[in-house]
Design a protein around this ligand. Structure first.
Ligand SMILES: Cc1ncc(COP(=O)(O)O)c(C=O)c1O
Length: 387
């Protein structure tokens, strides 16, 4: 028997929602001829590209694979530098390393935790080839500013939109704002395939390179060979098995139909939190920019640093699955061992990390559950001691 069992989390920070229609869609593919590299992959790609108003979509096995494929497609390699926010999941930065390039961290804005466009240009060198913007928590970055910088310096702009499918910026959907946009379909994300990812782009050459890359660098997949009536194929470059199966795509396709509803539900929960917090002086929610529609993958508050961990522990003991997103990537042990101590390079992100707490938010969350979180949070805040 395990001693010291952690209390059960009854209210997680994120939770997927799969309904009977989703299950039926997967079962239908299970009974079909194509479990992978089949027509449901293409159907899902077509549906996502139509939804985000981009021309090409390439389904891959995860958001991480999508970031890797995007960096491969634009030719990132050893000796190149890629600018990236440290306030992200490690996958964003790991993908730069997969291609043998150097990640260069750019600090974030204190009130949104999105990459700060005013800090980018001083970090650009002749080796800089790309900029990865992370739509932290589901809020799009300032893409007009980022586009201007990328164009002035000849950089590719990649959107890590793993949090922000369904969000928009100045009336334009996420998916149209960068040269390549990467989505994730992990269970806590806006829609899920179980695991999965998608990269969208307007550039047919980049899309072609990613299609080969996800299939070992081979130019024709089995379905394409069937259509072309040939068994011949060539491996043109070294790639990976980053394919997404038809089963995953069937789930994603069915989930996509409900994306707008799910986003509206997330926004309503965020509104309720905002309202309930409006009288609380001691905690601050992240700023919602006026010119965007927010996806609310996360709802993040900031607390006094002396209180954050005490509040975290107190809420967890009550089954409330608060979390911290994220420790800045350069502070992780691997990055410290590999690149030396870079602490101090992004002071805003580093200070924010000590204060942030992600509260539960998921489409099926009830108003009574939101109130339970807020009440427990207020008690925990009042009982926390300044350490
Ligand atoms: C910002 C960000 N980028 C990339 C990823 C990687 O996505 P996946 O888990 O689908 O590989 C995640 C997943 O948590 C993420 O949050």
């Amino acid at each position: 028997m395990l001693g010291n069992m952690a209390p059960e989390v009854t209210l997680p920070y994120g939770r997927h929602q799969v309904d009977d229609e989703d299950v039926a869609a997967v079962v239908e593919v299970l009974r079909s001829d194509w479990l992978t590299t089949g027509p449901t992959v293409e159907a899902f790609e077509t549906a996502v590209s139509a939804y985000v108003e981009s021309e090409h979509a390439v389904a891959v096995s995860s958001g991480t694979a999508g970031l890797h494929a995007a960096l491969y497609a634009i030719g990132i390699g050893p000796g190149d530098e890629v600018l990236v926010s440290p306030m992200t999941f490690v996958a964003t930065v790991n993908a730069v390393l997969y291609q043998g390039a150097l990640p260069v961290f750019v600090d974030v804005e204190a009130d949104t935790l999105l990459i700060d466009p005013t800090l980018i240009e001083p970090k650009i060198t002749p080796r800089t080839k790309a900029l990865i913007a992370v739509d932290y928590a589901g809020q799009p970055c300032d893409y007009d500013a980022l586009r201007g910088i990328a164009d002035r310096h000849g950089l590719y702009l990649i959107a890590d939109a793993c949090h922000s499918l369904g969000a928009s910026y100045r009336g334009r959907p996420v998916g149209t704002l960068a040269d390549l946009t990467v989505f994730s379909f992990h269970p806590v994300k806006p829609i899920t395939c179980g695991e999965g990812g998608m990269v969208v782009t307007r550039d047919p050459q980049l899309a072609h390179r990613m299609r080969c890359f996800r299939n070992h660098g081979i130019d024709l997949d089995p379905h394409q060979r069937l259509v072309a009536g040939t068994w011949r194929y060539q491996m043109q470059d070294l790639g990976f098995n980053y394919r997404l199966s038809d089963l995953h795509c069937a789930l994603g396709l069915s989930q996509l139909k409900k994306l707008d509803l799910r986003i509206a539900q997330r926004q309503a929960i965020a509104d309720t939190y905002d309202q309930l917090f409006s009288s609380q002086q001691q905690l601050v929610s992240l700023r919602r920019k006026a010119d965007i529609s927010h996806g609310f993958h996360l709802y993040v508050i900031r607390l006094a640093p002396q209180k954050r961990d005490q509040v975290f522990t107190r809420l967890r003991t009550q089954g409330i699955g608060v979390n911290v997103h994220y420790m800045p990537v350069h502070l992780h042990a691997f990055y410290r061992h590999s690149f030396g101590d870079q602490s101090g390079c992004c002071p805003v992100a580093e200070r924010a990390f000590e204060t942030i707490l992600s509260l539960p938010i998921f489409p099926a969350m009830q108003e009574t559950e939101v109130k339970r979180v807020v009440e427990a949070l207020c008690v925990a805040m009042s009982e926390a001691r300044p350490s």
